[in-house]
Write a protein that binds this ligand. Sequence first.
Ligand code: SF4
Ligand code: SF4
Length: 668
Amino acid sequence: MVEFTREIFWNLGPDKRTIVYLLGAVAVAIFFYGLYRRYSLWRTVSRGQGAISLEGLGRRVSLLLTDGLLQRRLLREYYPGFMHAFILWGFIVLFLGTLTVALQEDLTLPFAGVRILKGSFYLYYKLFLNIAGLLALLGIGMAFVRRYLLRPSRLSRGYEFGIVLLWIFVILVTGFLLQGLRIYTLKNGWEVWSLGGWLIAEVISGWSPQESSVLSLHKIFWWSHLFLSFGLITYIPFSKLLHLLTSPANILFRGATPQGVLLPVRNFNEPYSFGVSQVEDFSRSQIFDFDACTECGRCQDNCPAHLSEKPLSPKKAIQDLKKRWLQKGKGLRSGQEGVANGELLDEDVLWACTFCMACMESCPVYISCYDKIIDLRRSLVLMKSKFFPEIGTFFRNVETFGDTFGKGRAFREDWALGADVKKIAQGDRVEYLYWVGCQGAFHDRSSLLSASLVRLLKTVGVDFGILGKEENCCGDPVRRIGNEYLFQKIAGRNIDHLKSLQFNQIVTYCPHCFNMLKNEYPQLGGHFRVIHYTELLRDLITGGQVKVNKGIEKKVVYHDPCYLARANDLYGKPREILASIPGLQLVEPLHSKRQTFCCGAGGGHMWMREIRGKKINEVRLEELCREKPEVIATSCPYCLVMFEDGVKSLGIEGVKCLDLIEMIRDAI
Ligand code: SF4
Ligand code: SF4
């Protein structure tokens, strides 16, 4: 009876086993030495601040499985996604296959006389490994075509990428060749299960070479395959292949804060510099990000600053910081203090960021650029007082008048004149505290929407009140511009005041206030239940209190505000509100939901000149208008202002920009 199996060291002789194991041990030793060198570089440069977090381990492991192993984020783009997945999955299977051989040869066979790789299991094993190898080859081919023929601008084309691709290609090809030569020599009819090897054996049989030549060639390919494979193992820690380890590690150990939440400066009384002015000021986890970056360029392709021709590319920023880190680390290791100081990134680069989080959202390994940019901005603003003159005025307005417009508390509740809205005083108790925000209180158009919202809430009998003249700026733009000191002062005051009042939930008009009160105030002790008005409105509609009975027969494109959709996963409820309006035809733009595109106002840009490149609001508007809408709907006062400005500057006709508040107001 035919036994389906094979001799592992066929054509090599048993004495070669020791040499193989010795070579393997040397390769593994070099691999770990390389890892140790990298680890010590990381320890040398980072000052130890910012421990690597393991909070929420279950979620981290599930992200590792979905984004690391199953490549969920990478597969959002089919070609590069499958290309990478084929290579990764192929190599995982081949690695597990090799482990099974080692298990049999070193454990089960010598100690228990059990051969694992035999019978039908062996046939399936061969089939599976061959398919994996062929897929990996396909992936490598796709990578060559993409990097060197299609040449998308986001990819670098340095020689190291080419070396790695060629190296892996040759390992795979030699693997198939030596398999084909063995199958040709042994002529077992059943080896068709080794798909790739069998095809090569068929080709060889067309030439009918001498057996001695085939055996010699087999030896040459076998040893080449072995040396190249062990060589690749030793190369990993010294090359871009290190991302095989650092990328999954980054997914596992990334900070536990929700996306977009900025970490606070902890103590302003310490005699220390604030923000980051030298690369070693970054936390360990931030420095680890540099090494986890695979240079895939997805962040760059989704960054509104880059796409509007500003000098910021998140990929380049991360790579520039990595270069500084390596320079500094190598300098420190060789005893040269003070290496590589100076500006880490140009000021123009720092001011271009809108804190839209698209870089983090698109990064397969969860690297954010904005957490580095905010630390660098903090150093500029707090240590060097470097910012645009209009930002100086903006800071004074917020600090002196408590609002971003510089109008003052005396006028803060003017928008509510005639609306008879309850002002919450100490001792009062309400269900909802309506947080109006500076836009909702002072901006001409937004204040009308604020008034519409409160009228609607009053009509349906919602128990709510406002702070009136006691409300202040929440501090979002101040913090994102980099003035953490002023932010903490404002936020601290707000938190103390809010704590003195009695309400169940805060409902905000602006997504930036919403994100700030919900996700960032807890850092300073302000723990409140916070919702956005779209959540309340949707509940009132589905609960039947708000009856939408007039139709709006229009084609509507909805723009997701970054701080609702991306930072807080709030994209379903605004769509439910729109879906409740009879006759309305909702269309989706290219970038929507979590993958939305910034309107250009975040990160303090509402108050800054946009002097470089195209205007971000116009870039987004052009994309929205590709859907030929009659209405651009949104649920953020910043986005609304940006789009109304853009419609005027681009001379777009026949398109209205509306907030969901007014759409519902008109539909009831
Ligand atoms: S936060 Fe937005 S603007 Fe800033 S780097 Fe990331 S993608 Fe670009
Ligand atoms: S930061 Fe992330 S998305 Fe950007 S190049 Fe690096 S790995 Fe790719």
